[in-house]
Design a protein around this ligand. Structure first.
Ligand SMILES: [Zn+2]
Length: 139
């Protein structure tokens, strides 16, 4: 998983991306689950590695733990977070991992591997929806 590519790749195929953005607007963190093998994906995927996939949407609780993070001092052109910002990889209670920026409300010296976080949808300038990692008590 390359941090450098964050913001440059599209998360999901075009058609599903719309549904995904709509659910973010509604404040929901939606993943997909393969009906055959039960594998859970976030961000959502339209197919599964087992290739038999029939996919269903599932809502994730948003609770996760920080696995690793890095602070970037520049932002990719297509990415509207102001530098410097911190990107984290967190693991959901449900299993999948997510790459997302950490909220600026979290001070750099508070960031610790293993800390509890919550993934929440946020709206960027221009109405584009994304999500960020926040402290669990702030919803
Ligand atoms: Zn599968």
């Amino acid at each position: 998983m390359g941090f450098a590519r964050f913001g440059k790749i599209s998360y999901v195929s075009e058609t599903k991306l719309q549904d995904f953005e709509k659910s973010l607007e509604a404040g929901k963190i939606m993943g997909t689950k393969c009906k055959k093998c039960g594998r859970l994906y976030f961000p959502p995927r339209v197919d599964c590695g087992c290739m038999k996939g029939e996919i269903e949407w599932v809502e994730l609780g948003g609770d996760c733990r920080l696995k690793t993070f890095t602070t970037l001092h520049f932002a990719p052109a297509s990415f509207r977070y102001e530098a410097p910002y911190t990107l984290g990889v967190a693991q959901f209670e449900e299993g999948p991992t997510v790459l997302a920026p950490l909220s600026k409300e979290i001070r750099e010296d508070e960031i610790k591997i293993g800390m509890s976080l919550r993934l929440v949808p946020v709206e960027l300038m221009g109405g584009r929806m994304i999500y960020e990692l926040r402290l669990p008590e702030s919803r």
